[in-house]
Ligand binder design. Structure first.
Ligand code: AMP
Ligand code: MN
Length: 327
């Protein structure tokens, strides 16, 4: 779950060359643009992440016209999110750094994904963690702690999350990001193509991956069919290691997400990681959406960061992708 709107400290306020009305600054690991002189280093601000929709009946937010906050480039600075002075909150003295105030300001999340999937059979099984990735900009402390840990970098694909497995009776079960689907769903049909392969590995092993291709997220890779690229392999209780997962997927003839580096020693510099997320996709002629970084040997942490199942793993989104697709 993303924070959307929270109280944070603003830092590294700097002038932008040639700009006399705005300045750049940082909040968490995000770059932001502010009105010149509006804040001082260390001030508490109400920070609204990208994809936040703020209500227009509040005069403070009316100028946004209930449009989602997007990544912008101003005077060469990539800006993500908007800062308001903390005193827009009632009794603002009671808030401290890190407090989430999403509900207090009545913010909503912009959900572009198609939620209206047909052929729903039921809710997502509660014994499988839903796929999700935390943004690197929220993890400065984690990066410091795990600096130099050996990691695997995969390409983050822009499609739709799919979860599937074969049970003891060789019956296939398929879920979209949030639901179990029935066998008329396109998710089910695509997963069926991998059914024979799944018979090569033990039953009840859960595969989670990204469904990409025609009609999904505008098919940015211009594929001529739908395909699945796996990024998680689970038993009933936990994830298989990277090495085991790669082995199992190979046996099952299911491609993995593109592996860009399988021995990367983690940097704690968010900007450096963002640089690494840039460049072309392995799948087609478009900037890649980003990368996902995980320790090569899984690390489970106490879960203040909403890692799926507590496993350390995060995404770094390519700003060129966000700017190109106006996200
Ligand atoms: P987001 O798409 O921003 O919601 O980020 C999280 C989602 O990225 C996960 O739920 C997956 O569906 C998807 N994803 C795409 N590529 C990967 C990858 N290489 N590793 C992990 N998750 C991925
Ligand atoms: Mn996605």
């Amino acid at each position: 779950m993303r924070k959307l709107v929270s109280v944070q400290k603003i830092k590294n306020i700097q002038d932008i060359q040639g700009a006399d009305k705005i300045q750049q600054a940082k909040v968490l690991g995000y770059h932001v643009v502010i009105k010149k002189g509006e804040f001082n280093d260390g001030d508490l601000v109400v920070y609204c992440e990208t994809d936040t929709i703020l209500p227009k009946d509040n005069p403070l937010f009316a100028f946004l016209e209930e449009k989602p906050i997007k990544t912008r480039k101003m005077r060469g600075v990539v800006a993500q999110g908007i800062c308001f002075p903390v005193n827009i909150l009632e009794n603002y003295q009671q808030y401290k750094e890190g407090d989430i105030v999403t509900d207090l300001v009545n913010a909503k999340k912009y959900e572009p994904d198609f939620n209206n999937i047909n052929n729903v059979e039921g809710d997502f099984p509660n014994w499988i963690p839903k796929t999700d990735e935390t943004r690197v900009q929220d993890l400065e402390g984690v990066l410091k702690k795990y600096k130099n840990t050996e990691c695997v970098i995969t390409e983050k694909l822009d499609g739709s999350s799919i979860t599937f497995w074969l049970d003891d009776n060789d019956e296939l079960h398929v879920c979209s990001r949030n639901r179990i689907v029935d066998n008329n769903s396109c998710f089910y049909k695509i997963a069926s193509q991998y059914k024979e392969g799944l018979k090569n590995i033990p039953r009840n092993i859960i595969i989670q991956g990204e469904l990409v291709g025609t009609k999904i997220q505008s098919n940015k890779y211009k594929l001529n069919c739908k395909e699945i690229f796996a990024f998680n392999v689970r038993g009933f209780g936990d994830y298989f290691s990277f090495k085991q997962s790669v082995g199992l997927l190979k046996l099952a003839n299911i491609p993995t997400v593109p592996i860009l580096n399988n021995s990367y020693y983690l940097s704690d510099d968010v900007d450096e990681l963002v640089q690494m997320s840039k460049g072309q996709s392995t799948l087609g002629n478009t900037p890649k959406e980003g990368i996902v970084i995980r320790p090569k040997r899984d690390i489970y942490v106490n879960n203040n960061y909403s890692f799926a199942d507590g496993r350390l793993s995060f995404k770094v989104i390519n700003p060129d992708f966000l700017l190109k697709y106006h996200l």
